[in-house]
Design a protein around this ligand. Sequence first.
Ligand code: BG6
Length: 477
Amino acid sequence: MAKAFPEGFLWGGATAANQLEGGFHEGNKGLNIADVLPGGKERLQVLRNPGFQFEIEEGKSYPNHEAIDFYHRYKEDIALFAEMGFKAFRLSIAWSRIFPNGDELEPNEEGLAFYDKVIDELLKYDIEPVVTISHYEMPLHLVKEYGGWRNREAITFFERYTEAIFTRYQGKVKYWMTFNEINSGLMMPIMGLGFAIKKEEDRYQPTFQAFHHQFVASAKAVKRCHEIMPEAQIGCMIIYAPFYVYDSNPENVMDALEKDERFNYFCTDVQVRGEYPAYIQRYFREHNIELEIEDGDLDIIKEGTVDYISFSYYMSKTEKKVDVNGGQADGNILLGGVKNPFLKASDWGWEIDPVGLRISLNRLYSRYQMPLFIVENGLGAYDKVEEDGSIQDDYRIDYLREHMKQMLEAVEDGVDLMGYTSWGCIDLVSASTGEMSKRYGFIYVDKHDDGSGTLERKRKKSFYWYKDTIAANGANL
Ligand code: BG6
């Protein structure tokens, strides 16, 4: 019997407001973190190094300001998603459209009305909106005046924001998730936690304190979501990369296990099980990290556990602590580690590992026995428009097909998989580099790294392939 995905599988695509909307000043929107991130390779340096000032500097380009202009073209784009047969579309709500500064008492009606239109347009085609509440786009005022998630007050502002969107979109949005790739704050606090490490400080104390505030905020949102919308489901969202051990040296195995726990499981252990795991408490003790936890916080975390786990999957990571041959860290450009000799990498140095997706699904499911939702996966690649106007992106089709085959295997293994929304279903601004040339879409957008282009949309070869795959519910893989 052919392997198949479950009935009602949520096929679709994923995006984030700051990476596609543009209209950065329209509808009374306030500035947010992404609005001050420069374009090009400089962005990764900014994100990695301490001391970023969150200012717009003259002479630099800010690609998220216009992005791909979804703000004005959402109808055309959603029609294309519908043509592919999407069952779900993951979008984020830009917090700074709803609360331009973040600390107002009342929401901005124009911002709310914009998402009414987008959500209604999706529902017109029976596409389920899957909403990320916070995707690397905290209002800039909260970052600059309050210190982002370092500050406990962020919990109150987030509560006000979630109350506004839950009450407004109840009955329309059934799938929610709180913080995009919450664990990415361990690597890049600027985007996820809304602050830059100061040059003179140790990064871990403020990072884990900020996580604590997000855990409380997320748990409160989960509780409130359930009260307002008993029919809705709300999940956590992590960046998941299975950690492999380079060799069988027990020192290396233990080292990889500890790193794996901290990176891949710490946040989900808190958000799914509702408590801080013992291994992280040991890590806090040994690194002099002392969290300020107020009375009642741990009860809130316990009561606000999520309904499903969503995650992004792009790569695995290979670890080697003790190297008898004196090797060095030369693995994935984003996550580090050492090169895995069995894998090839994308043009951006992200190691491509379809079997790693099956491993991820199995590891997550055996740890939590909770529904899983792949809400990001895809290949960032250079695309070429041929003379006849076509885009022959067979490399993208191959990448996606190989990953989907492994998803099917995982379903056979017994994993409860809710859906798959591939990242950047329409070309958009890269989060880590600000480039347009790092393209993920089934839909090509005529926009380039230097900001030029007509913004015209074109169907790539993968558009037709994905359409067939959705129609066959994966039976054609
Ligand atoms: C995830 C993010 O890390 O990966 C997205 O949630 C991001 O915002 C995606 O765009 C791909 O990364 P990049 O850097 O290639 O855009």
